[in-house]
Write a protein that binds this ligand. Structure first.
Ligand code: IFM
Length: 446
């Protein structure tokens, strides 16, 4: 297969449907010396935390190569580029803006604007300044207010350059993986900490969203959440209840407070010592109306009942998987969008991340990643199906523009539609990237 084929009458083929590519600051920028240290610098420097022992000091050297990278983005013919701003690059520890860091993003955004590429900017994609972690990080309520202050200052500085702001990327990962499971920075491990960090992240989102709406009323201002739909292994009521519980814990926990102003009912199952401290008025802040919801989707998880925990994931041994071990199950993408549409009054949705890690090989100057191309083909059709069934989706971003630092996996997993040779920093558009480009191009000429 060499092409992406979507029926011509699909919403995805309309010219105002936005197609883009996405990255995040710590994963591509490098030049750690020109910003303050963040929690991922510390985590990378802790032996055993990153599978290949790597770090983000150079990454894709985007801070130096950004002009070429913007040309690369332009060559893909996309409508939009989703990037994140590094909080520790644009702010000093005293809370004032760092002019050099701000200038980097201003130049980048100006270049995108000159090329008519819409900028989707995320303010927090996990790189918390280390000096804030030293004061408790997301366990400290004050961090939420400092985040709103950062949102205020940076959005004023960036003026009208930003088409869309997302406050946070995937608060599930920052809170659960970072403070409960301990497999992401800052590597803390306690259920109560995960729940408290989640609450403070949601609070930070609500506070910052209000600020963004004031400072940048013409931008689409919202939040990006990741969803891993939960399926029961069997129809046995115990397995069904287990999947439901897991869904509450991993998915609904982050969307329900934002859209309904409350945690899921299973909040009541938490022991008192695991319940987060919630102040009067928090839910009113957290449920500030969104202009858009960003949905990140990669895979699903199947659950069975488990006496100890309530739910336990089942390894789908024979299922097709990506190189990171995630099951390829596009039907879950359709199911997810339909279930969100049924459960909530959704604002317009953008698919802010979707993609696959594959074991790519650069041979004779080309990367033949038919497996990734197949993933995109199947997931775009799954998206088309959800839209045909009534879900409003206005855009789609491939994760990722290019291979980059994949968190605890280091550089071992490649998610890009562009291959990065980390020795030479040479970029090569993979077959999937060429197909994505050709599909976008064909749509424009309809
Ligand atoms: O690379 C990450 C990204 O930073 C957040 N969403 C999931 C991607 C793949 O793991």
């Amino acid at each position: 297969m060499k092409n992406i084929q979507i029926p011509k009458d699909s919403r995805l083929c309309q010219k105002d449907f936005i197609f883009g590519v996405a990255t995040a600051s710590f994963q591509i920028e490098g030049s750690a010396d020109s910003r303050l240290p963040c929690i991922w610098d510390t985590f990378c420097a802790t032996p055993g935390k990153i599978r290949d022992g790597s770090d983000g000091l150079l990454a894709c050297d985007h801070v130096n190569l950004w002009r070429d990278d913007v040309k690369l983005i332009q060559s893909l013919g996309v409508d939009a580029y989703r990037l994140s701003i590094s909080w520790p690059r644009v702010m000093f520890a005293d809370g004032s803006l760092n002019p050099a860091g701000v200038d980097f993003y201003i130049q980048l955004l100006d270049e995108l604007k000159a090329l008519n590429i819409k900028a989707f900017v995320t303010l927090y994609h996990w790189d918390l300044p280390q000096h804030l972690e030293d004061k408790g990080g997301w366990l400290n309520r004050e961090t939420a207010y400092l985040f709103a202050d950062y949102a205020d200052k940076i959005s004023q500085a960036l003026g009208d350059r930003v088409y869309s702001y997302a406050t946070l990327n995937e608060p599930f990962c920052s809170s659960y993986l970072g403070y409960e499971a301990g497999i992401h920075a800052p590597g803390k491990q306690q259920k109560a900490w995960g729940r408290q960090a989640a609450h403070h992240l949601l609070l930070a989102h609500g506070l910052a969203l209000k600020v963004l709406k004031k400072n940048s009323p013409n931008s689409l201002n919202g939040l990006v959440l990741n969803f891993t739909p939960c399926y029961a292994q069997t129809e046995d009521p115990a397995d069904v209840a287990a999947a439901q519980l897991a869904d509450d814990y991993f998915n609904q926990w982050y969307i329900k407070p934002v859209l309904d102003g409350a945690y899921p009912k299973s909040f009541a199952l938490l022991s008192d010592s695991d319940k987060p401290v919630i102040h009067d008025g928090d839910f009113a802040i957290i449920s500030e109306p969104l202009d858009f919801l960003g949905v990140n989707f990669y895979t699903r998880t199947v659950y069975q009942a488990c006496a100890e925990n309530g739910f336990a994931p089942v390894d789908m041994v024979d299922a097709p998987k990506t190189d990171i071990g995630w099951e390829i199950y596009p039907q879950a993408f359709t199911d997810l969008l339909l279930s969100l549409h049924q459960q909530y009054r959704l604002p317009p949705v953008y698919i802010t991340e979707n993609g696959a890690a594959m074991d790519d090989k650069l041979q004779n100057g080309v990367v033949v990643d038919e497996d990734r191309l197949g993933y995109y083909q199947a997931h775009l059709l799954a998206l088309d199906s959800a839209i045909r069934q009534g879900v409003r989706v206005d855009g789609y971003f491939a994760w990722s523009l290019m291979d980059n630092f994949e968190w605890a996996e280091g550089y071992l997993k490649r998610f890009g539609i562009v291959y990065v040779d980390y020795q030479s920093q040479q970029r090569t558009i993979k077959q999937s990237g060429l197909a994505y480009r050709d599909f976008i191009q064909s749509r424009k000429s309809c």
